[in-house]
Design a binder for this molecule. Sequence first.
Ligand code: SAM
Length: 207
Amino acid sequence: MPDLSLRFDAHTEHFYSRQLAWLRDRALNDPFVGPVSVEIGSNRGKFLRELSGRDPERFYIGIEWRHKFVELAKEMFEKHGVANAITFRADANLAIPVLFDEGQLQELFVLFPDPWWKSRHRKRRIIQPAFLDILATKMPLGAMIWIRTDVGTLADDMREILDAHPCFEALPFEQFPVEPFPRTNREVTIIAKGLPIHPLYYRRVEA
Ligand SMILES: C[S@@+](CC[C@H](N)C(=O)[O-])C[C@H]1O[C@@H](n2cnc3c(N)ncnc32)[C@H](O)[C@@H]1O
C-alpha cells in the first residue's frame, strides 16, 4: 500500500482545496453564460488580447496556473480596455470540469504547452485521454481544439492520443483557418529562431 501522505503535501492540498472552492463559488454564483473560447496556459495574455479584438461578441477566458502571469495579463487587459476577455489562476484540469456547462466550450486553445520531457512527468501533460473525455462533454459538435507546438515528439504523442479518441477528428489541411491566429509570446521566439511549428487542429465529432 503506498503512503499517500508523501504525495499530497500541505502546500498541494492547500493550493488545490482553495482553488476548488473558488471555482465552485464562481460556477454557482457567477457562472459564464453562453458559448466561450478558452485558452489553457494564457501566460501574459498576448494571444487572448489580440484574438478578443477580432470578435467583440465572443467571450474569451484564459486559464493560467502561474500567478505572476495572470497579474501581468490582467494589467494588460485593463490598459487596452479589453472587455470580452478575462484570465484567472487555476489548473485547467480542475477549472474546466467545474466551470463549464455541457456543450458550452466552443473552442479551446492549447498553445505551446509545457512538454514535460521526463517520462515520470508525462502525466502532467494536458492532452490525456481522461481530459479529452471531459472536453467531449463540454464541447458541442463542431467545436474546435486548436493546438500548436514547436516540439515534434510532443506533437506526435498528442496526435496519437487525439486520433485514438472517438469524439475528435483531425481537421483536414484544406480547412485550416485562412487568417492566421495571433502569435503567442513563445511563438514569436520560435519564429525568430526559424524553428518549425506543428499545428494540431481537431473538431468535436459524433462518437
Ligand atoms: C510554455 S508556456 C506557453 C505560454 C503561451 N501559451 C505562449 O505560447 O507563449 C506554457 C504555459 O502554460 C501554463 N500551464 C501549464 N499547465 C497548465 C495547466 N494545467 N493549467 C493552467 N496553466 C498551465 C504555464 O504556466 C505556462 O504559462
